[in-house]
Design a binder for this molecule. Structure first.
Ligand SMILES: Cc1cc2nc3c(=O)[nH]c(=O)nc-3n(C[C@H](O)[C@H](O)[C@H](O)COP(=O)(O)OP(=O)(O)OC[C@H]3O[C@@H](n4cnc5c(N)ncnc54)[C@H](O)[C@@H]3O)c2cc1C
Length: 403
């Protein structure tokens, strides 16, 4: 029987494991990927301060600490079911079952699909798949591509592809259809663009993003958006152009792009074919929560957090005794926030288990504050009202506990 089993060896799971091991808990970390690090492994971006955030280096720092505490991390282990026992939980995996008193779910996020005609052709992939192939497996995904979907994640990964020497024609929106409503409306997309412009190398764009905090400025910017797109790192970002289809016989050969009006409607007669051999589709992220559902955690849908999320407190505990959550399963945020949440979850587990250590409570309170300051300082922010979402979630937890 373990004190705690952690599912997910991303930044949240690894930092939770370190915090638990620092308090000498018997910990097992499971991850289905062949190596630990989660989505951190693919990340590479420059902070506004000029410093680089290198996910592989950050993973190595976490792993060094975990190794120092002799942490048991097993990869290639996929958890598919969790069962409630009298005094804990049984986790069923492709490598057998494990019993534990406490359980931390740190399973991260998944990408939402955005259907575009032709998207089943070889050479079409999600933007996250392009990131993993490029930065984790070191595979060049093609000679020249295009990104369909303009959001925080696609901008960050498009830059990573460029840094790896992969040529991108541009980024554009998907054509409007019932499944692409959020992603095909230029006004909605412009609201999101303002949150990434501070990453741009150009002072003009950074200044523009501050100016564009007023919604009337953003509406004007959409109306008069340049036909050639706005260039970020030399690559045009189009929010008044959409991809109608991906074309090819046996694989991607081109895309058909057209101009759209400010409401996202196609302007007839503006279609053009662009030769590319790969296409990355970017539909954003949602919390990966199936295991929390399997075990019976109550859920809330919160747009501010990116989707359906297991109810949890600011200490990362769920209403189920001994079940905790951390990282993107609780809402879509950057790796730094996930790491801080992981540490907090680990300390909460230790505090709940080792009640005699009164000073652990103070560590938990400090860790709660660290999560809040890390969130406030985050360079990459996926959802604009994340702090409101976090407050609502705390209220939901208190309501659930008292009912
Ligand atoms: C494709 C993709 C790309 C991203 N790129 C960026 C980026 O460039 N910049 C950025 O700031 N954020 C990015 N993110 C957001 C990212 O999720 C956070 O930055 C951070 O990695 C979240 O940490 P985490 O520990 O919560 O989850 P993750 O890092 O996603 O780790 C979760 C781990 O859980 C494992 N897992 C899931 N289910 C199971 C199971 N059933 N059994 C066993 N193991 C399981 C996974 O294999 C994974 O290793 C990306 C997310 C995705 C999905």
């Amino acid at each position: 029987m373990y004190d705690v089993v952690i599912i997910g060896a991303g930044p949240a799971g690894l930092s939770a494991a370190i915090a638990c091991r620092e308090w000498d808990l018997h910990v097992l970390v499971l991850d289905e990927f062949p190596k630990p690090g989660g989505r951190l492994l693919g990340q590479l971006h420059q902070e506004p301060s000029g410093e680089w955030w290198n996910g592989i280096q950050e993973t190595n720092l976490l792993l060094e600490k975990a190794q120092k505490y002799d942490t048991d991390i097993r990869c290639g282990v996929s958890a598919y079911h969790i069962e409630k026992l009298e005094h804990g939980y049984a986790i069923h995996t492709n490598q057998g079952s494990f019993e534990t008193e406490n359980l931390l779910l740190a399973t991260g996020a998944a990408e939402s699909a955005v259907p575009v005609p032709g998207w089943t052709l070889p050479g079409v992939m999600s933007i996250g798949a392009a990131q993993v192939m490029t930065n984790v497996h070191r595979v060049k995904v093609g000679q020249k591509g295009i990104v369909v979907g303009v959001n925080v994640l696609s901008a960050a990964i498009a830059r990573e592809l460029q840094l790896a020497g992969v040529e991108l024609h541009s980024m554009a929106l998907p054509a409007s259809n019932p499944a692409t409503v959020q992603h095909s409306n230029p006004n909605t997309v412009m609201d999101g663009l303002v949150r990434i412009a501070h990453l741009a190398p150009s002072a003009f764009l950074r200044f523009g993003s501050k100016f564009a905090k007023a919604s009337w400025v953003r509406r004007l910017a959409v109306k008069f958006y340049p036909k050639g797109g706005v260039k970020m790192w030399g690559m045009p970002i189009h929010i008044r152009k959409a991809i109608l289809s991906i074309n090819g016989n046996d694989r991607v050969e081109s895309v058909t792009m057209c101009r759209i009006n400010a409401d996202g409607e196609q302007i007839p007669g503006t279609e053009e074919n662009i030769t590319v051999d790969f296409v990355c589709i970017a539909g954003g992220l949602y919390p990966l929560t199936e295991l929390a559902a399997v075990i019976g955690c109550p859920f809330r849908y919160m747009e501010e957090l990116g989707g359906h999320v297991p109810i949890h407190s600011e200490r990362m505990e769920t209403p189920l005794k001994g079940v905790y959550v951390a990282g993107n399963i609780t809402g879509i945020e950057s790796a730094k926030v996930a790491r801080a949440q992981g540490e907090l979850a680990g300390l909460s587990i230790a505090a709940d288990k080792l009640k005699a250590h009164a000073d652990l409570q103070q560590h938990v309170e400090d860790a709660v504050k660290l999560v809040a300051t890390t969130r406030a300082d985050a360079t990459i922010q996926f959802h604009p009202h994340i702090t409101d979402g976090r407050h609502k979630m705390e209220q939901a937890f208190q309501q659930t506990k008292s009912s």
